[in-house]
Structure formats: structure tokens, C-alpha cells
Design a protein around this ligand. Structure first.
Ligand code: FES
Ligand code: FE2
Length: 349
């Protein structure tokens, strides 16, 4: 990729590329991750693999082919590849042809599955092992009985989408649906923040706003919101034994587009009945973000500068500080050290 590295989505981190159920055993799917085209497949054993989606012969997308006896078969001339990327057969070779295909190999990406989602490691150097010090893949830390996932494509940069996860000032203007924000008055908020691995956490507090979504939990919940690189927002809501996790991720797609992924998990069986109602609300909420982000992106395309002002934009400043430090550490071959300090922030929303 070209351009100023601070403006690009980070390499050497994990990105969510979809739901586990989107790749069945014996199936595969094309995934775009930044400028990389990847085929994610699942062996009959259930194991996932992720390979560069480009046949070395004539550049064909292998995701358009099939998995036969555990090998990926290119639909153009039938070259076969094992899930580890090694070329296993070239059917057109005659017996006396001494072409040596032992060195033909597809780049392989680390792939993992957590809490019903698939994650691919966007390595600057595929085939190399994933660095130990990458931000961890988000997981749900309770036994959930229900899950709801929505994925939207946004025509906006990775940064602009990630910034919307740590932007308290947009909520009153963009997400003013009656069911999320019944009160139209702006109140001053005081929140406490502490650094956490590869990010920062708004420490647990009692939600005073009686949003309908929260009231469904029955009692006043504790809410903790963690942000971490590359673009991960983890909202954890606890009301006694009841748990609700609302996770939001950004993943870079080709041509400056970004996937906006929302995964919600709960351990409250009654909420399963609400799924048909909750899904359109989740879609509406994400659509509100997508619509403003796409329009704002056009303004940033004309002039790619932002003016970050006041305490409601401090988290946005932190996002860039974390990213800059991550890039600096990688460049220097050093361990990432979180540059943030604990802090109280006040804003009106
Ligand atoms: S392009 Fe894949 S086998 Fe020829
Ligand atoms: Fe938003």
C-alpha cells in the first residue's frame, strides 16, 4: 500500500472477516482485506485456512474454484493447492514434462475463530508467524445463549469508521432514535478512562440514562466500554447475573471501503424472542453511522484534515496516538508501550 502509514489501516493485526457460519465445511469464500484478496475455506474436519486468492499460474481467483478431496482446485486449468498453500498437482503436465512445481506456493494467512466470528491476521509479511504482541482477538467472557451479527459496508476510510467508535458527540445528532435516546436534552457527562492493552477503557459506571435498550435488562446495569487497536469497541453490560456484550469492529476492504461489524451476545434467554425486533433496530443504528460517514468522507477526500476540539475529541486524539505508537514500535522492532494516562473527560451529549 502507498501513502502516509498513519492514514492506512494497520498491518500485523487481526481483522474480523465475517461470521463462522459463512464458511461451511468443504466450502470457501472470497474475503477482501485492504488491498489483499484472500480465500477463506474450511476443511471437512472444520479447520479453517486463509490463502492469497490468486492462482500463481494466470492470476485466477481460487475462491471461484472448488475444494476437492481437501485440495483447492483452480477453475482455470485445474492446478491444485493444499490448505497450507503448497501446490499439489498440475493436471496438464505430461509424464515427460520435468517442470518442477515444488516451489509454487500461495501466501498463507493466520486465521482464527472466536465467539462465532472469523478473524484473519493482516500480515505485512504473510507466511511469517503472527507477532506475539498483536492486540488480542476479542472474545466473549461468558456463556451466551444468543447472538446477533450485522455487517455493513461503508464507503469511508478505516480511520473515519474507527473514530466513530470513540466519538461521544455524534450520538445526539446521528443516533437520535426514540428507542435509543428518548430524551432530547444535552447533559454534561463525566467519564473516567484508564489505559488498557492496546487502547483505553471507560471504567465501569452506572448508566443513569434510562435508554429503552438498557431498561430491557430489568435493573440498572454497569457498563464498561473498551477501545483497542486496530478498530475494536467492546461494550460490556452487566446487571447482576445478566450479561450483554455489544462488540463493534472495523475491517478494511478494498478501495477505501470499510466493513462495520456489530456483534451482540447475551445470556438472557428472554432476549432471544426479541431477535426479530432487535435486528432491524441494529441495522437502523449502523445505517445511521454509515450514512453520515459516507458523506463526511467526501469532504475529507477534498481536504483530508480534521480539527479535533475539546474533551469530546480527546478519545479521537488517543486513537491516533495509539496508532502512531504502534507503527513506531513495529518500525523499531520494539515492544508497543501504551502512551496513554488515566484521565477524566467531560462533554455534553
Ligand atoms: S490460472 Fe489457475 S490453473 Fe491456470
Ligand atoms: Fe455511531
Amino acid at each position: 500500500m502507498t501513502g502516509d502509514p498513519i492514514r492506512r489501516a494497520l498491518d500485523d493485526v487481526w481483522y474480523c472477516v465475517g461470521e463462522s457460519r459463512s464458511v461451511r465445511p468443504g466450502g470457501m469464500r472470497a474475503v477482501s482485506l485492504g488491498e489483499e484478496a484472500i480465500v477463506v475455506g474450511r476443511e471437512e474436519s472444520g479447520a479453517l485456512f486463509a490463502l492469497r486468492d490468486r492462482c500463481p499460474h494466470r492470476g485466477m481467483a481460487l475462491s471461484a474454484g472448488r475444494l476437492v478431496d481437501g485440495n483447492l482446485v483452480c477453475p482455470f486449468h485445474g492446478w491444485q493447492f493444499r490448505p497450507d498453500g503448497a501446490c499439489a498437482a498440475i493436471p496438464a503436465l505430461a509424464r515427460r514434462d520435468d517442470a518442477n512445481f515444488a516451489s509454487v506456493r500461495l501466501a498463507r494467512f493466520a486465521v482464527a475463530e472466536r465467539s462465532g466470528l472469523i478473524w484473519v491476521h493482516a500480515a505485512a509479511n504473510p507466511n511469517a508467524p503472527a507477532p506475539e504482541a498483536a492486540p488480542p482477538i476479542p472474545e466473549v467472557d461468558f456463556a451466551y445463549c444468543g447472538q446477533l451479527v450485522e455487517i455493513l459496508e461503508v464507503e469511508a476510510s478505516f480511520d473515519l469508521v474507527a473514530l466513530s467508535f470513540v466519538d461521544p458527540a455524534h450520538v445526539a445528532y446521528v443516533h437520535d432514535s426514540w428507542w435509543w435516546r428518548p430524551s432530547k436534552t444535552m447533559k454534561e457527562k463525566v467519564k473516567h478512562f484508564a489505559p488498557s492493552p492496546f487502547g483505553f477503557t471507560m471504567t465501569s459506571h452506572t448508566a443513569k440514562t434510562a435508554s429503552l435498550a438498557y431498561r430491557l435488562l430489568g435493573s440498572i446495569p454497569e457498563v464498561e466500554i473498551e477501545f483497542r487497536l486496530p478498530g475494536v469497541r467492546l461494550e460490556r453490560i452487566t446487571a447482576g447475573e445478566k450479561r450483554l456484550a455489544n462488540y463493534t469492529f472495523a475491517s478494511p476492504l478494498a478501495n477505501g471501503r470499510t466493513a462495520l461489524i456489530n456483534a451482540m451476545y447475551w445470556n438472557i434467554s428472554g432476549l432471544n424472542l426479541l431477535k426479530p425486533v432487535a435486528r432491524p433496530l441494529m441495522r437502523q443504528f449502523l445505517g445511521q453511522d454509515r450514512d453520515v460517514l459516507q458523506i463526511a468522507q467526501r469532504g475529507l477526500d477534498r481536504k483530508p484534515a480534521m480539527v479535533l476540539m475539546g474533551e469530546s475529541d480527546v478519545q479521537s486524539q488517543w486513537y491516533f496516538s495509539l496508532k502512531r505508537e504502534f507503527l513506531r514500535a513495529r518500525e523499531a522492532g520494539a515492544t508497543f508501550v501504551n502512551p496513554l494516562e488515566p484521565r477524566e473527560l467531560r462533554w455534553r451529549s
